[in-house]
Write a protein that binds this ligand. Structure first.
Ligand SMILES: [Zn+2]
Length: 278
């Protein structure tokens, strides 16, 4: 299975890929640029190309994660929307050069009175940005925990946004296990139903990556706090059930966990052990 973790690009993209491979990862995630800013990064194209080549040669899959201020739900025609659009195209270019499957973005936060306007904004934003994007790297929309905003927590919303957008073929999904659990989408006991529903509505055919995180809070808490795998409310039994799901075999399974109790490599070793137990 393609376990991996979020890695630093402090020493460059190709270094990050090598570090992930040496650590025994089959995949990894990185921030293409400063995660706290939407500023455009002039990147080292040669280093990015080396990263892509290295990943290809070693069967390593990668995904990028947009900076935190990225939000597709902001109102159209605003300075902020333009800034986010420029930043996202920059992320896509970097990720494409690094040979990454996609760029992960959180569903979005809408602060206005009418939540439907938030959805309209997301679709309009996707249409605008993807009109001028012709690379292979996808935009991967991630489900949210429901902390602060209750949108983007169901599979139906994600599927519907993709379907209503002008370029659905440029959009995929990233499933965050902590967010799914915290939002109550995954109650802890409905995994089989969740998978069946996702297959029925065409969610899993577009799922390209998983954020494999445990949760520090109970299902339905709407609190987004990641825990080391097996150490939170999701726990070993449910993680094991998830890993046994056949569709998980081909996907990058990325840890975004704090590493408080176990380091990322210890967590990956633990996950590999869980896979071996039947
Ligand atoms: Zn995540």
């Amino acid at each position: 299975m393609l376990f991996g973790s979020h890695v630093s690009i402090r020493h460059g993209y190709s270094y990050a890929a090598k570090a992930a491979h040496v650590a025994g990862c089959g995949s990894f995630q990185y921030f293409p640029k400063n995660p706290r800013s939407l500023s455009i990064k002039t990147f080292d194209a040669h280093d990015a190309m080396n990263c892509a080549d290295y990943c290809k040669a070693n069967g390593l899959l990668s995904i990028a994660h947009t900076p935190y201020p990225t939000n597709f739900a902001v109102d159209e025609g605003t300075e902020m929307a333009d800034k986010i659009m420029g930043s996202l195209l920059n992320d896509l270019e970097i990720a494409e050069a690094c040979g990454s499957i996609g760029v992960v973005v959180h569903f979005g936060v809408y602060k206005g009175k009418d939540p439907l306007k938030g959805y309209v904004n997301i679709i309009a934003f996707l249409n605008r940005v993807l009109r001028s994007w012709n690379g292979n790297t996808l935009v991967l929309i991630e489900n949210q925990a429901g902390q602060g905003t209750k949108i983007g927590i169901t599979l139906e919303e994600l599927v519907q946004i993709r379907k209503l957008a002008d370029y659905p073929e440029k959009i995929g999904f990233c499933f965050d296990t902590c967010h799914a659990f915290a939002s109550g989408l995954w109650t802890g006991e409905n995994w089989d139903e969740l998978v069946a529903r996702g297959e029925e509505i065409d969610y899993f055919s577009h799922l390209k990556a998983v954020h494999l995180n445990d949760s520090m809070f109970a299902s339905g808490s709407f609190r987004d706090r990641h825990a080391d795998v097996g150490q939170g409310y999701i726990g070993e039994r449910r993680i094991k059930k998830l890993l046994q799901t056949p569709l998980m075999k081909r996907l990058p399974l990325i840890l975004e966990t704090p590493g408080n109790i176990l380091s990322h490599s210890e967590q990956i070793a633990y996950l590999k052990r869980l896979c071996k137990e039947s």
